[in-house]
Design a protein around this ligand. Structure first.
Ligand SMILES: Cc1ncc(COP(=O)(O)O)c(C=O)c1O
Length: 457
């Protein structure tokens, strides 16, 4: 062996770089945790106590981090998912970074892609139909009934040879009529993807919405009834669908036992993205999810107490609720017979101190109504020529979905005419009684009380 080779550490010589002498700082340490506490306005004395408790040495090495990466157990993420399985009554749950991420992953998993269509309700939010388009499919809008949800009697007419899924949205704490939707979907070989972003905790015939169809999607975020910041969850009872959801939401392969291993069965692997939920969001959202039942129960109690005291009137049609026990009830909705009457009633309710609103026939564009969902109805892609409507696979299959004013007349009428009364979960019994009295007072002033009028469920 040459002298130069004998000097090598590999031959027993001394190491060139025996040990790093620089002091390793945790990537995420005391400062980050304190900044979170600071952000939420903890008092200086609490901050001091936290500083004393948290030490860099506790966070040494890589420190805890807020991601969900290989080799580190996503403790809070897994807690969130375990609780999701329990609360929603499903076999599989994946925490994701948003409701949109949940929907996008669900549609891809359900087989939505170029040349396919998904039936979406005319009321809900544009996120559902945009997620269809992100997956490469085309949304077809189905009109609603007096429940403000997808009208099952109009579903068949929206189904084409290109349809692969139907996506009932459970709106504003209520629920779609899932039994007939499911019956039609099964007969026509379609997947049912439930969008539960606005109604987590609502149930339909004893089962949580999201657990009835093939895949359920939730938004768990600060602008929904539970959630601290951003977040979402996808649930299913089907293992193959769950694998597809995970492959799409977590394309880095971190979900697999052997991350980079070969395909274990045909169709397991395809390009995926990253909708991973951070540990920080999971830590907050697992607590939020734990509060869901109590939140829903408070809403239910308040809403039921108000509704049980409302009289019936010829000119007032309450929103149809497909499962009165299962609805959460954070909004009381009803349809006066004309938009003028809706405006008069809403104004009078507000004057009584009751939180009420209506939109009127000439309301501005609103992405909760299909007619106004411009990112969808303009039929654009993100680049010229890149639209799902122009995809040769769509055209070759005879696809020509288009959108126009008047296409979903019931939704367009009810959306302008409805009056919404906000129900706060913290209303006392006395508050509920006062609201019910105020509503009856206003109704009696402008409408005809009648035992034949529609009843409040
Ligand atoms: C019906 C519906 N679906 C999906 C979403 C999207 O959820 P996120 O904002 O978490 O992406 C929303 C949000 O407003 C929604 O209302």
């Amino acid at each position: 062996m040459k002298k130069k080779q004998q000097d090598l550490a590999i031959s027993g010589g001394s190491k060139a770089f025996p040990k790093m002498t620089g002091k390793v700082q945790p990537k995420v340490g005391v400062a980050e945790f304190l900044s979170i506490a600071d952000r939420f306005g903890f008092k200086p004395v609490v901050l001091q106590r936290l500083r004393r408790t948290l030490k860099d040495s506790d966070l040494a090495g890589n420190g805890p981090h807020l991601g969900r990466y290989y080799g580190s157990k996503p403790i809070k993420g897994e807690e969130f998912e375990a609780l999701g399985r329990k609360v929603f009554g499903v076999k599989y749950a994946l925490g994701v970074s948003s409701g949109t991420g949940a929907l996008h992953s669900a549609f891809v998993a359900a087989g939505v892609g170029p040349g396919t269509e998904v039936v979406c309700p005319a009321l809900g939010f544009a996120a559902t139909s945009m997620a269809v388009m992100l997956a490469g499919g085309v949304p077809v809008f189905c009109d609603v009934d007096a429940s403000l949800h997808l009208d099952p009697t109009k579903l068949d007419a929206c189904i084409t040879p290109r349809t692969v899924a139907v996506a009932p949205t459970h709106c504003w704490s209520s629920m779609a009529d899932l039994a007939p939707i499911l019956r039609i979907a099964r007969k026509r070989g379609l997947k049912v993807v439930e969008d539960c972003a606005q109604s987590p905790g609502a149930s339909y015939r004893g089962k949580c919405v999201g657990s009835v169809g093939d895949i359920g999607c939730y938004s768990i975020s600060c602008y929904k009834i539970i959630g601290g910041g951003e977040g979402g969850m996808v649930v299913t009872n089907d293992k193959r669908l769950f694998d597809r959801i995970r492959q799409f939401a977590e394309g880095g392969g971190l979900w697999r036992p052997d991350r980079f291993g070969p395909e274990r069965y045909e169709g397991e692997l395809f390009p995926g993205g990253n909708y991973r939920l951070s540990e920080l969001e999971a830590a907050v959202n697992v607590i939020q999810l734990g509060k869901l039942n109590a939140v829903c129960n408070r809403y239910r109690q308040a809403s039921r107490r108000i509704r049980s005291q409302l009289a019936s009137f010829d000119e007032i049609t309450p929103q149809t609720i497909h499962d009165a026990e299962g609805a959460i009830g954070y909004m009381l909705r009803f349809f006066p017979s004309t938009v003028q009457l809706s405006r008069t009633i809403a104004d009078a309710l507000v004057a009584e101190g009751i939180s009420a609103a209506t939109r009127g026939a000439e309301h501005g564009p609103d992405w909760h109504l299909s007619r106004d969902m411009y990112p969808v109805t303009l039929r654009h892609g993100s680049i010229p020529g890149g639209s799902v409507f122009e995809d040769p696979r769509y055209i070759a299959r005879g696809g020509r979905a288009e959108y126009r004013v008047g296409q979903c007349p019931v939704a367009e009428d009810l959306f302008g005419r409805e009056v919404m009364v906000t129900v706060d979960q913290y209303l006392s019994a006395r508050d509920c009684d006062a609201i019910a009295r105020g509503m009856n007072k206003v109704f009696r002033a402008y409408c005809t009380e009648s035992p034949r009028g529609a009843r409040w469920l």
